[in-house]
Write a protein that binds this ligand. Structure first.
Ligand code: AMO
Length: 446
């Protein structure tokens, strides 16, 4: 084990009584003596001159020692450094710390499996296999830091708009979203499922609070291994009563996104710079286009004909490209989804060319879906008919359907996939990097 020797200067000097300074606060302290604590991201000993990059929870800084009598410990060792803040000789506006002493707090027993300052050269699978330690990399943690501010912004915006935070079961008797991607749980010998969405519960809670939101993981047994699918992801859900139509829901989501991004812009400048990310503008009114028109548009503008009931990923990409170019908006709402492409709870809305439509919408950002939402059915008779039309078992939806007989206002809501939003804002190529410990078809570790 490498044990650095404490320099005599460090023993009983006033430096020891210095309070700890966090790296983020060093900027205004040039000329002052500080005491830092952190982990060694990298280190070099150049014949008597010692260089370390120290990382604490708030940032990273270079420390320089001249002839310090110490053996630099392995990277990721925890140390305390006492030194003087000085302007960085090469990087305008930055500071470094001239180290007088370094004390080892907790030594790393082994070198990390990959070098944390060089993660951009490492294969993503290797990064994820060693995620417990690679998540310490400056860019990897920056993405999660931005996500934390997005979540705080989501809560702050909705709290400010009179929403109440709720917490609903993740072990459920029936799926909310349909499809074959339910995870089964053995619930004392009976089958139960992991919640695909808080959908049914957030609707029920509209009856209590009128405006509700939830931030919680949801589970989807996605068979496909793509760069935008996880089997466990963080769903940012909102639901509100007394709407006139889904237009009100889109207005609320627009305002929530504006506040979320404003918070990130204000608090995450270092992270955005580190990641080379530019935040999109949230327009006053995000453009809205009905799905059938969107399909016609990508065919007309790009010659891309879409089969099936939805827009395919390429169609979404092209639509995003079109609205960015022609309307200067990186966001676009796709509205009036056909009934076959939406779950049973979606409010039906007329038909075009024999295709029954709904008041359901998606929101695309930079050509990828980040949200689904819409107005919901609140009339008990209409709901019973929908459950039947979708071939669902009314018994498994009993507790949900019941509440509509006791009275519900017209309502609707939306859910944002937190990892997709984070990845798109930051230009991450894979949603896995927007989750500390991603779960996918083949990954349950670490
Ligand atoms: P939906 O199923 O479209 O709608 O999901 C909402 C949003 O969640 C994200 N998302 C995913 N992210 C990562 N991995 C996945 N496997 C995954 N699946 C979905 C997407 C998507 O837009 N109850 C409705 C929402 C509502 O109407 O309020 C729902 O869950 O960003």
């Amino acid at each position: 084990m490498t044990t650095p020797t404490d320099t005599p200067a460090q023993s009983q000097t006033p430096a020891q009584t210095l309070p700890r300074t966090f790296i983020r606060d060093l900027g205004g302290l040039a000329g002052q003596e500080v005491r830092l604590r952190g982990m060694i991201l990298s280190r070099r000993d150049l014949g008597g001159l010692q260089f370390v990059t120290l990382r604490d929870g708030s940032g990273a800084v270079q420390g320089v020692g001249d002839g310090l009598e110490l053996n630099l410990p392995l990277p990721e060792s925890s140390v305390e450094i006492v030194g003087t803040v000085t302007p960085h000789p090469k990087r305008e506006g930055e500071v470094e710390v001239r180290m007088q002493a370094m004390r080892l707090i907790s030594a790393a027993a082994e070198a990390t499996p990959v070098e944390l300052p060089k993660l951009n050269r490492v294969h993503p699978d290797t990064l994820l296999n060693h995620r417990a330690v690679t998540v310490r990399g400056l860019k990897e943690r920056a993405a999660l830091r931005v996500q934390a501010e997005l979540l705080a912004g989501f809560r702050e915006a909705l709290n400010g708009m009179g929403f109440t935070e709720i917490s609903t079961p993740k072990i459920v008797e029936a799926g909310a979203e349909g499809g074959a991607n339910l995870f089964t749980v053995d619930y004392f010998g009976e089958p139960a499922y992991l919640a695909q969405s808080p959908q049914l519960y957030k609707q029920m809670m509209v009856g209590a609070f009128e405006r509700v939101f939830e931030v919680a993981p949801v589970f989807r047994g996605e068979q496909h291994n793509t760069s935008r699918h996880l089997t466990e992801y963080l769903s940012l859900d909102a639901e509100l009563g007394f709407i006139d139509s889904e237009e009100d829901v889109m207005d609320v989501e627009t305002e929530v996104l504006r506040q979320m991004l404003a918070r990130v812009a204000q608090r995450c400048a270092p992270e955005l710079t580190l990641l080379g990310a530019t935040l999109p503008q949230v327009p006053e009114r995000i453009p809205r286009i009905p799905l059938l028109e969107a399909r016609a548009l990508v065919e007309r503008e790009f010659g891309h004909a879409v089969g099936g009931k939805d827009l395919d990923p390429e169609g979404e990409r092209l639509l995003g490209e079109y609205y960015a170019r022609e309307h200067g908006s990186e966001f676009v709402f796709v509205t009036r989804f056909p009934r076959v492409a939406r779950p049973f709870y979606t409010y039906p809305e007329g038909e075009v060319d024999g295709v029954p439509l709904t008041r359901g919408f998606d929101l695309l950002l930079r050509g990828l879906e980040i949200t689904s939402g819409g107005q919901r059915i609140h009339d008990p008779q209409m709901l019973a008919e929908s459950i039947e039309a979708y071939g669902l078992n009314p018994d498994s939806l009993r507790g949900y359907a019941e509440v509509f007989r006791y009275g519900m206002p017209p309502h609707g809501g939306f859910a944002i996939g937190a990892e997709r939003l984070t990845a798109l804002l930051l230009g991450l190529s894979n949603v896995r990097m927007a989750r500390a410990f991603p779960r996918d078809r083949t990954r349950l570790q670490p």
